[in-house]
Design a protein around this ligand. Sequence first.
Ligand code: GDP
Ligand code: MG
Length: 177
Amino acid sequence: DTLRRPVHTLRVKMVLLGSSGVGKSSLALRFSKDEFRSTSPTVGCAYLTQVVHLSNATLRFEIWDTAGQEKYHSVTPLYYRGAHVALLVYDITQRETFVRAQVWLKELEKQYIPGSTVIWLVGNKGDLAHDRQVPLEEGESLANNKGLYFIETSALSGEQVNELLESVAHRVFECIG
Ligand code: GDP
Ligand code: MG
């Protein structure tokens, strides 16, 4: 059969949230350029982009970084507004960032994020497993309890970063495609 569904492009806003130093800017750089820099500057401008092709759609991700606002707990509603995906990032070697992720989650649930937003809990710095303070199972269980998706990544090695973006793409397409 020569009939085909048209391939359309969807714009997807993805925001990164979490404590300062967990690797949000490094993940944004990996997603967008597949690069890692030991001192990755927090993105000063609005966002980085990446395109993901699915069999029946193309997703153009706008990847929003906090511009360092998280240091002052002053991430503005403008940042979250209209987000299709929120990545809630913690550092597996710093327990307090895991605790803080749960505070971010409460804030998200309370005010900014509509029910349709897909939320992913992301344990970053997976390459530092020898310094781990948060067991994999604990991340998984928090995600299960709160109805979030979960993955551990390494922005440094790139491990699981593409997998994350592809999983997000499929999930978002199910929601808004
Ligand atoms: P942000 O404050 O959340 O944006 O965090 P950054 O992306 O600026 O990263 C903070 C520090 O952690 C930097 O020194 C990064 O090089 C380092 N970093 C980020 N991701 C990883 C990772 O996956 N593994 C390791 N070992 N270091 C990382
Ligand atoms: Mg940053």
